[in-house]
Design a protein. Structure first.
Length: 317
């Protein structure tokens, strides 16, 4: 990899950055390196592609024309998981409120809440989500959160696996504080870089997803920064039914078959695989079944002892 200029830390502006390991984009095979801030331990991906390159090269065909990403059975599971997200929000706000979902994708969460009488708004930057048929009648703006002006305030602001995609999470969180009502809630869900899963699998970890994940957070690093802004941590969930079993499975397969990164995931996306990749997938299938069965026992144990591969943090202003 050619020598590159390493950005200062987005959280604490520290200049001391330690290289951890290298990883590859599973789509293009482009190589990236992860650096950890010696002061606050925020981890960043380097080099960071420019936005136009990110959109055209790394988010190309990110969604299908109908808004989906996966094969139909997987889409049904995802819809169920979004209903769980909505239940979490409704437990916090027991009235018809207002919500801003940053990086809302196809707006599934917003669609459910709108049907329940909520005022909803979403932002999306890197794909065609604002114009998807599934988002009809859902207000989604193609902008960053700091570009939202005016006096409108929200009861809830959510970052569901989106903060790690942003070029400036610092700026996004500062503006979330500005846009949130006093007493409102900030919900952040993301991979946990200090999880047992991350430490074991390292560059084979499914949730690295470089370069789309520009930053990689530990719980302490994120909580320390967010609380300095004026938020207070209310709750944390160190397990995700939506992600953790699968991330363990795919990470294990990546480690066992390093030359065929995320093949099972690409199959679930409905991607047309080459003959070689179809053969590899066939060979992986019995191993994947065994790993999944072991995972039903191992993942809950690892989660209880060390925390799961993903975390959901709820803060109050």
């Amino acid at each position: 990899m050619k020598k590159i200029k390493i950005d200062s830390c987005n959280f604490c502006k520290g200049q001391g950055q330690e290289a951890i390991f290298q990883s590859y984009d599973y789509i293009t095979n482009d190589q990236f390196c992860l650096y950890s801030c010696s002061r606050c331990h925020l981890v960043q991906t380097q080099p960071k592609p420019k936005k136009n390159i990110m959109t055209s090269r790394y988010y190309q065909n990110y969604r299908k024309i109908d808004g989906g990403r996966f094969l139909n059975p997987i889409e049904l599971w995802i819809n169920f998981c979004y209903s769980i997200r909505v239940k979490l929000i409704l437990q916090l706000i027991n009235k018809k409120g207002s919500i801003l979902d940053v990086g809302c994708g196809r707006g599934l969460e917003l669609r459910i809440l709108k049907q329940k009488g909520w005022q909803v708004l979403g932002t999306e930057m890197f794909n065609r989500s604002p114009t998807l048929p599934s988002n009809r009648n859902i207000p989604i703006i193609k902008s960053d959160i700091w570009e939202i002006s005016g006096k409108e305030k929200f009861d809830v602001i959510t970052f569901w696996h989106s903060l790690e995609h942003l070029y400036s999470p610092n700026r996004a969180l500062i503006n979330a504080f500005r846009l949130l009502k006093t007493g409102g809630y900030l919900i952040i869900a993301m991979p946990n870089f200090e999880s047992f899963e991350s430490r074991v699998f390292k560059n084979y970890w499914f949730h690295l997803d470089v370069p789309r994940h520009l930053y990689h957070f530990s719980k302490n690093t994120l909580v320390n920064f967010v609380e300095k802004l004026g938020f207070k941590l209310q709750d944390h969930i160190d397990f995700s039914l939506e992600y953790d079993f699968y991330s363990y499975l795919q990470s294990s397969l990546n480690a066992l078959f390093p030359s065929s990164n995320n093949i099972l995931y690409r199959f679930f996306l409905g991607e047309k695989l080459s003959f070689r990749h179809r053969v590899i997938l066939l060979l992986q299938s019995p191993i994947a079944i065994l790993l999944f069965l072991f995972g039903l026992v191992l993942v809950p144990i690892f989660t209880f002892l060390y925390g799961g591969g993903t975390m959901v943090l709820t803060f109050k202003k």
